[in-house]
Design a protein around this ligand. Structure first.
Ligand SMILES: [Cu+2]
Length: 139
């Protein structure tokens, strides 16, 4: 009787571990994505750490003009959205520091997320670029 209980417990634990393994095995270590901006040049969005729920996750945005010049005059923010459902507004700002715009994101739920990069430069049209971030995993 006692042995059965132990076996059941161990089996459950083993199955639980098997279920957990695939998610952690495929966690993305970092994300660096580039998009071309409408007026030329490019925007680069980088997350240096894996994307986990309820975790302060630093990100950087680099803006490079069509002539290769680094653009430091923009107001930059992300709009973090889940494509499959309505979520509360989640729009972290990114502040210019040294050579890029830096901000902190918090993903409030596990699943598929996108970051819409919003760039407003003086004298230019508002730019919105959508980056697919893939799966954010449970912390
Ligand atoms: Cu959600």
């Amino acid at each position: 009787m006692r042995n059965d209980l132990l076996r059941t417990t161990l089996t459950s634990f083993f199955v639980f571990c098997l279920l957990c393994l695939p998610a952690s095995a495929f966690a993305v270590d970092d994300i660096r994505q580039e998009k071309t901006m409408p007026e030329g040049g490019k925007a680069v969005l980088t997350f240096d750490t894996p994307l986990l729920t309820m975790t302060e996750t630093p990100f950087t945005v680099e803006l490079i003009g069509s002539t290769g010049k680094i653009l430091a005059d923009a107001a930059v923010s992300l709009s973090l959205v889940m494509p499959d459902m309505a979520m509360p507004l989640n729009n972290p700002k990114a502040i210019w520091l040294k050579d890029a715009y830096h901000g902190t994101a918090i993903f409030t739920m596990a699943g598929e997320w996108q970051a819409i990069l919003i760039v407003q430069r003086p004298g230019h049209d508002l730019v919105e670029l959508t980056f697919k971030l893939g799966e954010v995993l449970m912390k």
